[in-house]
Design a protein around this ligand. Sequence first.
Ligand SMILES: Nc1nc2c(c(=O)[nH]1)N[C@H]1C(S)=C(S)[C@@H](COP(=O)(O)O)O[C@H]1N2
Ligand SMILES: [Mo]
Length: 522
Amino acid sequence: MATSRRDRLRFLSLAALAGVVSAAVFLAVAELVALVVARESSPILAIGSFIIDIVPQPFKEFAIATFGEYDKIALLVGLGLAVVVAAAITGIAQFIRPPLGVVLLVVAGGLSVAAIVTRAGATPLASLPPIAGTLGGCVLLTYLVARLRRWASVSPDAAAGDRGASGLDRRSFFRVTAIAAASAVVVGIGARLVNATTSSIAGVRKALNLPAPRSTVVVPEGAELDIDGLSPLFTPNADFYRVDTALTVPSIDPETWRLVVDGMVDERVELTFDELVGMGLDEYSITLTCVSNEVGGNLLGNAKWLGVPVRDVLKLAGVRSGADMVLSRSVDGFTASTPITSLTDDGIDAILAVAMNGEPLPLEHGFPVRMVVPGLYGYVSATKWLTELKVTTFADDEAYWTPRGYSAQAPIKFSSRLDTPRTGTAVAAGRVPIAGVAWAQTVGIERVEVSIDDGEWQAATLSSPVNDDTWVQWFVDWDAAPGSHFITVRAVNRNGDLQIQERAPIAPDGSSGWQRTLVQVK
Ligand SMILES: Nc1nc2c(c(=O)[nH]1)N[C@H]1C(S)=C(S)[C@@H](COP(=O)(O)O)O[C@H]1N2
Ligand SMILES: [Mo]
């Protein structure tokens, strides 16, 4: 074995390199095999999804709060770094004590098989890619580290000699490492790209022709105020918040999409996309809200949705008595538990939506079909990439977030938000509009009130409401004097209830409290 510390360090680094290249081969082989036998089971994505499902709730909230929209990219980067470090350790282990590295690689392979086959909708074939990857990685690791060890034992002064047995081992180590690394990169990236482009649903979505709607949303005069910094009445799709557990956006072809209605029904029903939209499309304006929205937060938006009432679809199947919940399921396994009354009540526009603000649903917002239910937080109602409606009971079934610290039922706590002026951007003294939005889906907003520096509550002017399911905009004209000021806002709904003042965290059923904002006036 190499004796000098420098030599030892050199060989350990090369062993780490062998480990990293073997891991790259593992992933490339797995991606290649996945391309042939199981498109949806890319090991790295499956492991990422597995991690999303098992990480504790506070950590997930931290990730969303810290990285926002980029939480999944952050996860992938973190995962990538962890894989590199683990792979380097595997190489070193194999060098110091063979076959320890191979054992570690087999354990990693076993864990990926477990992560993949436990995914919702995984086929038995899905275990092939990580098994093939493990085999490829093990063969390469064994070969490379064997060369390295021979080279190290024959020639303590490793780098010097290019002749004899050690020179041979040295050359074959580098040659095989380089070839393996290059092919892993080419094959791995190639397979991923082919997989991504051949399943390109973006093009299908673009070409999709929806039947003309029977009705469109009527926007009354004065529904939209023209104030700088105020949220637009309809949130553009590109700006619409996105919250889901999907690491990669599911690609679903409307041609092969089916909606199954089963469970406590008279007759199981299966609908194609054409059958669903053939039932007749109407347009609805509904404000969607996430339970993770903090007081003053951005996790809500308003859109015009084109869809079919859920009650019409349930009628086709016939709901049996005793059912009190519909468990809606996404193709990726996510589920939401919605009280059946919210879906069958003639006065509530719960819909299966196929379009958002005049275009087919964007892929990230649930293409081709999602649920939208006025008055309920998204996690208990707004299932994207919808595939099944199971009529059931709260006693018998549980949705994705229920065992993860959130209530099985969660009506939206009505609330108000200040959009402008903002904390941190000083405004000039004089006439300053204070403006924002307020929402009380299914009930409607009666009044919004503003208090400056804890003084008298003054009524804000409201925009003309589109309907009770849509937020309203509000504003107050303020004669701002230089200095710092506190602005507090609260709403009253059409039942005459005052917005809850007491602060509550987002778990288990949504935040509450009046937003109080500090603004600087120059
Ligand atoms: N398939 C699926 N649907 C889902 C979710 C999810 O994680 N997976 N998240 C829900 C939550 S928590 C919210 S708030 C809304 C958000 O919808 P959006 O991303 O279109 O704004 O989708 C809901 N539908
Ligand atoms: Mo949510």
